[in-house]
Design a protein around this ligand. Structure first.
Ligand SMILES: [Zn+2]
Length: 334
């Protein structure tokens, strides 16, 4: 089987494929447009001499189309996985992973197999654990037969690399590279870019590490944050609504004061990377709505320590102050 587990060969194939498709479909359309649509619009009389001037370029067009078709058909066969799978999705995924792994100290065969799986559109869920482990990225490991030594190593890795998570697999439109959470740029009319469109209905069955629908890496940070708060004697809880659906956000938006809730499709709650926290007093009561860092110490601790857990409270100084709303500290749109 012919393969192209090589970024240069894949790039070449990818562009070649689209050039051929362009030649076969777009060039004839351009020819038709220039020579005939314009004529119809301008009502130019078609006579023999006029047609003659158009015949020569037609030969070129036909030659290009026929040659492109022949080449396309030769390449587009089931043995040539490289050409067949050179789709925008696979190409982008391969590129992203290739450059991410480039120069990293990682077993060559593992790296090749990982890239090969992307190329052949096979699942990388098992290999990605090994790959991320090799590049010292935190991953949950559910293999219970690990040796003690390996466990210790893993713990070291978590300590060293906490806040440098990398997982290019998309979860609810979000992926993470070196601790930065990437979510889609909102494009009006394109539902796929809206938040709250892909909330899991059964998070744990759908690969989430929590039953609320929070992004796995955001949840891990939140959980550590809340655990450490407890170690320090403070009680904080996270909202059980880990992923807010588009319809719910629309409801909030239409029923709350203007400026209070994000416009539908924009809220980070819908990507599972925001949470509304509840802060408690030492007697177990909830801190009242009118509160501050001094009279609600658990909130005071949260606001001053969040950054250590890769978290931020971006709405502390907003016109509608939300001292409970927490997000990842590093995030970006893609
Ligand atoms: Zn919120």
């Amino acid at each position: 089987m012919f393969t192209c587990n090589n970024i240069y060969l894949l790039s070449f194939t990818y562009y070649l494929k689209y050039i051929l498709i362009f030649n076969i479909i777009i060039i004839p359309l351009i020819y038709l447009y220039i020579n005939f649509v314009k004529i119809i619009k301008k009502k130019i009389k078609i006579n023999k001499s006029y047609l003659k001037t158009k015949i020569k370029p037609l030969y070129y067009v036909i030659t290009i189309v026929v040659l492109s078709l022949i080449l396309h058909n030769m390449l587009n066969n089931s043995h040539n996985i490289c050409y067949i799978n050179a789709t925008p999705n696979i190409y982008q995924e391969y590129r992203k992973s290739f450059y991410f792994l480039e120069g990293k100290d990682i077993d060559k065969e593992l790296k090749n197999n990982y890239l090969e799986n992307i190329l052949t559109n096979k699942s990388n869920s098992t290999l990605s654990k090994l790959v991320y482990k090799e590049v010292n990225i935190i991953i949950e490991n559910d293999n219970e037969e690990e040796t003690q030594e390996a466990n210790e190593k893993k713990e070291e890795v978590i300590e060293d690399n906490f806040l440098h998570e990398t997982d290019t697999n998309i979860q609810n439109s979000v992926y993470v590279i070196d601790g930065v959470f990437y979510y889609p740029t909102y494009i009006y009319g394109n539902n796929n870019t809206y938040s709250g469109m892909f909330c899991p209905s059964n998070p744990e069955a759908e690969g989430f590490n929590n039953s609320y629908g929070y992004n796995n890496y955001f949840y891990t940070r939140l959980q550590r944050f809340i655990d450490d708060a407890r170690q320090n004697g403070y009680t904080i809880t996270m909202s059980t609504q880990g992923c807010r659906r588009y319809s719910t956000q629309s409801y909030y938006y239409s029923t709350m004061d203007s400026g209070r809730a994000a416009a539908p499709g924009h809220s980070l709650h819908g990507f599972g990377i925001a949470s509304d926290l509840e802060f408690y007093q030492s007697d177990g009561s909830v801190c009242p709505y009118y509160r501050n860092d001094a009279n609600c110490p658990s909130m005071g601790w949260a606001h001053s320590n969040a950054y250590k857990y890769g978290l931020a409270f971006p709405l502390l100084n907003a016109s509608y102050k939300e001292d409970w709303h927490v997000e990842p500290i590093n995030k970006n749109k893609y």
